[in-house]
Design a binder for this molecule. Structure first.
Ligand SMILES: [Zn+2]
Length: 167
């Protein structure tokens, strides 16, 4: 999947787990590192099971592939900025944790791209694992984009609900 659905789901996981700790800061820290981070990482593989359409980063050219990835990251960033606690350019710790959860949720694709483009050592086993878990159902762009837009909309709705209930 693209960066955006992974990132938005990672943020939703952060928001959901963060609520469990209420105002207890220490519990919040423990839950963040022991629950949010692993679950955000694992969520990547769950989303990749859903049939979707992926770009090939080197097709038709690497430059175009990189531009598409940058646009994808910017879309994700714009959505997440809407869910930050202080709506200014200064990011606080809580917002940084939300962005980190989004990054971790998308990170398997980053590792895979680094392996394929730069041949980064010690990543081949992970890439093989990522590929094996990835859906093998091939769908065209229309269905493949729709499933991703649906994931983003559902996460957006859930994030909005969580934020609204927070008061
Ligand atoms: Zn992936």
């Amino acid at each position: 999947m693209f960066v955006t659905p992974h990132g938005v789901l990672g943020s939703l996981i952060f928001e959901g787990v963060d609520r469990l700790s209420g105002n207890r800061r220490k519990l919040g820290q423990v839950l963040y590192w022991l629950v949010t981070m692993p679950v955000a990482f694992a969520s990547h593989f769950l989303l990749d099971r859903i049939p979707h359409y992926d770009f090939i980063i080197t097709y038709p050219s690497l430059a175009q592939g990189i531009v598409r990835v940058i646009i994808d990251i910017l879309i994700c960033w714009c959505i997440l900025v809407g869910f930050t606690s202080n709506q200014s350019l200064v990011i606080n710790i809580r917002d940084a944790k939300m962005f980190l959860a989004a990054f971790v949720a998308a990170s398997p694709d980053i590792i895979t791209h680094l392996n394929k483009l730069l041949n980064v050592p010690y990543t081949s086993g992970f890439v093989a694992f990522h590929d094996s878990i990835h859906t093998h159902i091939k769908v065209g762009p229309v269905i493949g984009w729709s499933t991703q837009v649906l994931v983003v909309l559902l996460c957006f709705w859930a994030l909005t609900m969580l934020r609204k209930n927070k008061g």
